[in-house]
Design a binder for this molecule. Sequence first.
Ligand SMILES: NC(=O)c1ccc[n+]([C@@H]2O[C@H](COP(=O)([O-])OP(=O)(O)OC[C@H]3O[C@@H](n4cnc5c(N)ncnc54)[C@H](O)[C@@H]3O)[C@@H](O)[C@H]2O)c1
Ligand SMILES: CC(C)[C@H](C(=O)O)[C@@H](O)C(=O)O
Ligand SMILES: [Mg+2]
Length: 372
Amino acid sequence: MGILRKKIAVLAGDGIGPEVCHEAIKVLDAVAERFGHRFTYDYQLMGACAIDATGDPLPESTLAACRAADAILLGAIGDPKYDNNPAAKVRPEQGLLRLRKELGLYANIRPVTAYDILLPHSPLKADRIRGADMLIYRELTGGIYFGEKGRTENGAFDHCTYTRPEITRITHLAFQSAQNRRKKLTLVDKANVLETSRLWREVVQELAPAYPDVAVDYLFVDNAAMQLILNPKQFDVMLTENMFGDILSDEASVIAGSLGLLPSASVGDKAALFEPIHGSYPQAKGKSIANPIATILSVAMMLEHFGLQEAANVVKEAVQDALVQNVLTPELNATSPSTTEQVGTHIAQCVLGFPTSQLHRDNIKAGLSTII
Ligand SMILES: NC(=O)c1ccc[n+]([C@@H]2O[C@H](COP(=O)([O-])OP(=O)(O)OC[C@H]3O[C@@H](n4cnc5c(N)ncnc54)[C@H](O)[C@@H]3O)[C@@H](O)[C@H]2O)c1
Ligand SMILES: CC(C)[C@H](C(=O)O)[C@@H](O)C(=O)O
Ligand SMILES: [Mg+2]
C-alpha cells in the first residue's frame, strides 16, 4: 500500500470526548509519521457543545463536513443538564442519532475481547472469560430509536418498526463476518413477544442457506444477557437490533474489564464513523482519568477501513504493550495509575517504535517484568 491521504472529520463532543479524541489523534499522527501517510483533521461541533454554540446538536456545517470526509472520529456526546431534564426538547443525543441516520450508518460493529493480562480486572471469573472474543453487529438506524414517539394525554409511546431491507442488509454483513471468523452467528431477539423480532428471525432463517458454513443460533435477549456473563466464549458474531445491541454491548464490556476499552465502527454504503462505545462520562471531565484505549482502538478500526491493516496491527500491538506494562488509567490500575495523556503518549511512542517499548518487551520475555 502506498502513501494515503485521508480527511477525517473529528467530532470530539462533550465530557471526556475531547480528551480521548486528543489521544487517538496523537496515535493517528504517530501512524502517519511511521508509515508516511497524511491525515488531516476537520474539527466540528456535535452534541451539547453544538447546542451551546448554535442551538442545534448537529449543525448543517458539521453534517456537510462529515459527508465530505473519508471517515469520522467521534469522542462522545451528552451532558447531565439534559440527562436530568426530561422536558428538554433539544438534546445532544438527537445529533448523534440524526448523523447515523443521515449518513446511513446502519451497521455498528462492536468487538469484545477478554485480554489475558486484564483477566484479573474483570469481576467475572477468569476461567469463564479467558479466550472470549466476539463481534456484536448492532443495527443502528432502525427500531425503537427511530420510530414515531410522543406523549398522549396521560402517557407516552415509542414505536418499534423494522423493514425487511433494514434487517437484510446487516444480516448479510454479519454472516460474511462470521464466515471469516469462527463461523457462528447468534441472532438475539425477543421473538416470543415482539412482531419485529419475529421478522428478524424470518429474515435470518431465509438468508442462512446462502451461508451453509455458518452455524446459526437464536437466543431471546433476556437469556442472552445471562449467557453473556455465564459463558461468553460461546459467542462469535452476535447479530441484534438497535436497542438490544446498545444494552448488551455495555454489559459485554465487563468481560474486557472496562467500558473504556471497547471500540466501534459504524458503517454504511457511503460513510464510516468510528467511536468508543462509552459515553461522555461527565464525572471524569477534566480529570485526565478517562481511558483513551476504546477511542484508540476505534482508530485502529478506521485504519482497517482504509485498508491499512499493518498500521492497524501496529496500533493494536501498541495497546497490548500498554496493557502488559500496566500503563493504564485508574479503573484498571488503582495503585499506580497513568493519566489519559500518559496512556495516549505511551501508545503513540510504541507506534513510532521507540526502543523503550522493545526493552520492556524483552524484559517481559526474560521474566523480569514485575507486572506479569
Ligand atoms: N456515543 C455516545 O456519545 C454516548 C454513548 C453512551 C452514553 N452517552 C451519553 O453520555 C452521558 C453519560 O452517560 P452514562 O453515564 O450512562 O455512560 P458513560 O458511558 O458515559 O459512563 C458510564 C460509566 O462507564 C465508565 N466509563 C465510561 N467511559 C469510560 C472511560 N473512557 N474510561 C473509564 N471508564 C469509563 C465510568 O465508570 C462511567 O461512570 C449521557 O449524556 C449519555 O447520553 C453518549
Ligand atoms: C447516546 C446514545 C444515543 C447512544 C445509543 O444508544 O446508541 C449510546 O448509548 C451508544 O451506545 O452509542
Ligand atoms: Mg450505549
